[in-house]
Write a protein that binds this ligand. Sequence first.
Ligand SMILES: [Zn+2]
Length: 275
Amino acid sequence: MQNTASFVRIFLLLLLTVIHRLGFTADPDSLILTRPGNLPILLTVPHGGASTVPNVPLRNSGTTVTDAYTLETAEAVAKQLERALGAKPYFVAARFSRKYIDANRAAAEAYEAPAAKPVYDAYHREIARYVAELRQRFPQGALLLDIHGHGDAPDVVHRGTRNGATVAALLRRHGNAALTGPDSVPGALAGRGYRVFPPNTPPGNPPEHRGYNGGHTVHLYGSGGPAGIDAIQLELGRALRTDARFGVALGDAITVFCRAYLAGEVAAVGASRAD
Ligand SMILES: [Zn+2]
């Protein structure tokens, strides 16, 4: 009799474990795509995910639209960087849909149900961990690129730095050319024939587009703050996100920037790889 009772108890326990594994409870880490790298570059993608978040209802307010193909574009950029520089960038992307959590907002606006908190926190914990690592590993500078999609002119790239504030360290060290010159990321894109706004004029003149001038992520982790790194939000028109050549071009533009402004840091990567 006693044996039967413990058998039933064990069976129920196993059943509960299986139900848990099946996803009736959210496993925050499974909803985040995260990979450490060797380059002084961190790519973040908050709005490209499509996964539901278990036990979390759809958000009733705020923007809920997916930035289609931003995850694919960012992966193409990572691949091109590895091809050109022989090392991988750091990478953090949301697999979860913006319908449940907006990872590029402060917590108060990002989600409505408490069950979403561990997933939101997991996304930002990964970025914060990599930013801290990049600061230590690359004291001369590192760059976060937050990849988005906009629905306006389909062939335009919008730069978002809060008019220079999120790249304060870069501008201090290298001047405006590091953001708008021919070897900057937007400058190298323009050099490859892409339309960039603002059109690589000095920061603030004209100002960045109000809707795309840099959100929570670049503000929080940008070098305007004491614990940040340089951070640029890139808002990509739809035609760019659906054209495989653009991911390659953006990877090449970041490579140009790395060789011009992070040459020592990239060389250090090469030296450590040769060990
Ligand atoms: Zn977005």
